[in-house]
Each structure stands twice: as structure tokens, then as C-alpha cells.
Design a protein. Structure first.
Length: 87
């Protein structure tokens, strides 16, 4: 499985990435071994993710999310939380 995810950093900024293992990737971000962007903004907190069957799909979605405005990303996060609550 491939994941596109959004984390909220300590400074409340949002970072979007992709991975095949969410738990390991979040741990790496928090240990300063993740993306350069998050190294000085840890700890990070996973706030949103989507699952995909291929790396290509996950990377395509990551690209699309990175081009959204902060407002649109926050909307996406809220919608994701609402869907989780319905389950």
C-alpha cells in the first residue's frame, strides 16, 4: 500500500508527503530523519492520509495536494476527520 499524507508541524505549518509505511515515516520525521522541511519543525502529527495501490497514484496525489492553498488543505483534513467519525 502507498500513502499520501499531511502532517501538522510544531509551528502549525502543514507538510505533505508519500510513503509505504505511515508509522515509520512519522517516526522518522519526529527523529529529524524525515524531510528537510520537518527537521526543525518536529514534533509532527499525522492529520490526514489517503491510501493508493501504486506509488504513481500516491505521488500524483501528493503533487496535487502540495499545490492546494492552506485553506483547501485544512478543508481536506476536516473532511477526512468527518469521514473517519462516520465509520
Amino acid at each position: 500500500m502507498h500513502y499520501t499524507y499531511i502532517v501538522e508541524c510544531r509551528d502549525k505549518s502543514l507538510y505533505t508527503g508519500w510513503t509505504t509505511n505511515l508509522e515509520r515515516r512519522i517516526k522518522a520525521h519526529n527523529e529529524g530523519k524525515g524531510a528537510k522541511y520537518t527537521r526543525n519543525r518536529a514534533p509532527v502529527r499525522l492529520v490526514y492520509y489517503e491510501e493508493y495501490g501504486t506509488k504513481q497514484e500516491a505521488l500524483k496525489r501528493e503533487y496535487a495536494i502540495k499545490h492546494l492553498s492552506r485553506k483547501d488543505k485544512l478543508y481536506l483534513i476536516r473532511q477526512g476527520k468527518m469521514q473517519q467519525e462516520k465509520r
